[in-house]
Write a protein that binds this ligand. Structure first.
Ligand SMILES: [Zn+2]
Length: 191
């Protein structure tokens, strides 16, 4: 999933339980991984200005640092999802280890947010097809993306913006990051 700007469509058939396109009543869904972080509040303010909802796939460690931001994500009506317990690769995990990582992250995030978690996104988007099924079995939906902003490459923000403008299609889920070490102009790129 890593290197494509747009993951090939055949992946949708390999991961039938996952979401690949915007399921909300809006044209596109901007999604943010690894947060909350120092820029999340500005992103929330931006969403109010534009009247759109975002999706945040958060880490429990970050949620503990920014509990009031986590609660605001819920209060403002955004999607709050789990990015698993630690930001590591999960493809070598046994089913028990994999689901422990998911369930423990959900428990911590639910305690902080006082909200039920329905969605998850595995770190790096590195998911095996049967793991997609495991997530589904325990009642959550895995969410991929259809357009990668590649904001993690720390290119000039104009380049990230151009990539989005040149590639975006209706119903896209766009991947961004709002963790501790984010692109310095992520907010401007999103705007
Ligand atoms: Zn991540």
């Amino acid at each position: 999933m890593m290197s494509w700007t747009r993951p090939p469509n055949f992946f949708r058939g390999i991961y039938p339980s996952s979401y690949w396109s915007c399921w909300l009543e809006q044209n596109v869904l901007f999604s943010f991984d690894d947060g909350p972080g120092p820029n999340t509040k500005s992103l929330l303010d931006l969403s109010l200005e534009y009247g759109i909802k975002f999706a945040f796939f958060i880490l429990p460690e970050q949620a503990q640092k920014y509990p009031e931001i986590v609660r605001r994500i819920v209060k403002d009506g955004h999607i709050l999802g789990s990015h698993f317990s630690q930001h590591r690769h999960h493809i070598m995990d046994t089913k028990t280890t994999f689901l422990n990582s998911l369930n423990q992250s959900v428990e911590k995030i639910e305690n902080i947010s006082q909200n039920t978690i329905q969605y998850s996104r595995v770190p790096y988007g590195r998911l095996l097809p049967w793991q997609d099924g495991w997530i589904n079995q325990v009642g959550y939906t895995h969410v991929f993306w259809s357009l990668d902003s590649k904001d993690y490459n720390f290119e000039p923000s104009e380049k990230v913006l151009k990539r989005i403008q040149n590639n975006i299609q209706a119903n896209d889920i766009v991947l961004f990051h709002d963790g501790e070490s984010v692109h310095p102009q992520i907010v401007q790129s999103v705007e």
